[in-house]
Write a protein that binds this ligand. Structure first.
Ligand SMILES: Nc1ncnc2c1ncn2[C@@H]1O[C@H](COP(=O)(O)OP(=O)(O)OP(=O)(O)O)[C@@H](O)[C@H]1O
Length: 265
């Protein structure tokens, strides 16, 4: 398999950004996530891999309480962001999602201008005092998302008029505009062509200088290229979690080995 890494930078931090203990998720009577314990590091890209239906997206959505929006879904256990329980009653999920941003599989820009797509979050969260500050945040976010040069002359054009890859980078700009600490990405490249995928992968590598990034991916090549840590899920269990190189070259669990060698999936 192609294990060309984007960079050779090792994990530079041991700081834990998100600590999950004994997490269970149920959809009605169905037990989708079982006893998951994981420490997700700051300034690190963590990949969630595993066969379809193993619970990667379900667990990802626990990390910013996106599952709250699904009526039949129940989450148990403890998830700490910088040591604070995100499921505590005093936590406002809307504020939480500004700190723990999300990018979805399918680019989903708002039916608004490019500028307004990015400006929306900082405006509703009161992060800017005036138009000049807002302009700065919009430009900075589009630069971080490697989109500024392509759109700076048409900020008033609709976001939905961009190409698929540009729309996904617009969604990344929208997510980073609220200065999140964690960015969750659920198969962010699955709707993109190889060139746009390569651009988004480059971007993910750059983003980890400032954020903790967690990415769900079906592509083991992508996990190997962009992540420093990999978590392998199977049938709702977190089977193995460690340095990406170790998971792909020297897995400890036979289920991980079967998956990465293509025997299950
Ligand atoms: N909204 C929902 N209602 C009921 N069951 C659900 C819901 N979402 C997911 N599930 C179930 O939970 C389990 C885990 O699904 P999930 O989507 O988290 O897996 P996944 O590993 O992300 O899969 P894929 O790689 O196919 O996206 C599956 O059995 C799925 O059918």
């Amino acid at each position: 398999m192609n294990d060309m890494r984007l960079t050779e930078r090792a994990v530079e931090t041991k700081d834990i950004k998100i600590a999950a203990h004994d997490v269970q998720v149920y959809y009605g009577a169905s037990h989708a996530i079982k006893d998951v314990h994981i420490d997700i590091l700051d300034k690190t890209v963590t990949a969630f891999i595993g066969p379809s239906g193993c619970g990667k997206s379900t667990f990802l959505r626990c990390l910013n309480r996106m599952n709250d929006t699904i009526d039949i879904c129940r989450v148990e256990g403890e998830i700490l962001l910088d040591g604070e329980d995100i499921y505590d009653k005093k936590v406002d999920p809307v504020q939480l999602r500004a700190r723990v941003g999300m990018v979805f599989q399918k680019p989903n820009p708002f039916p608004k201008s490019i500028y307004d797509n990015v400006a929306y979050g900082p405006k509703i969260h009161g992060l800017v005092k005036n138009k000049a500050e807002l302009d700065e945040v919009v430009e900075g976010s589009l630069r971080k998302a490697a989109l500024w040069n392509e759109v700076k002359d048409r900020l008033d054009a609709p976001g939905t008029g961009l190409s698929g890859g540009q729309q996904q980078r617009l969604c990344i700009a929208r997510a980073v505009a609220t200065s999140p600490e964690v960015l969750l990405m659920d198969e962010p490249c699955s709707a993109l062509d190889p060139i746009a995928t390569a651009q988004v992968e480059e971007l993910i590598d750059e983003l980890r200088e400032n954020f903790s990034v967690v990415i769900v991916t079906h592509s083991m090549q992508q996990a190997a290229r962009v992540s420093q840590r990999t978590a392998f899920f199977h049938l709702g269990n977190l089977v193995e979690y460690g340095e990406t190189g170790q998971i792909f070259t020297n897995p400890k669990d036979p289920r991980t080995e079967s998956y990465i060698t293509g025997r299950i999936g």
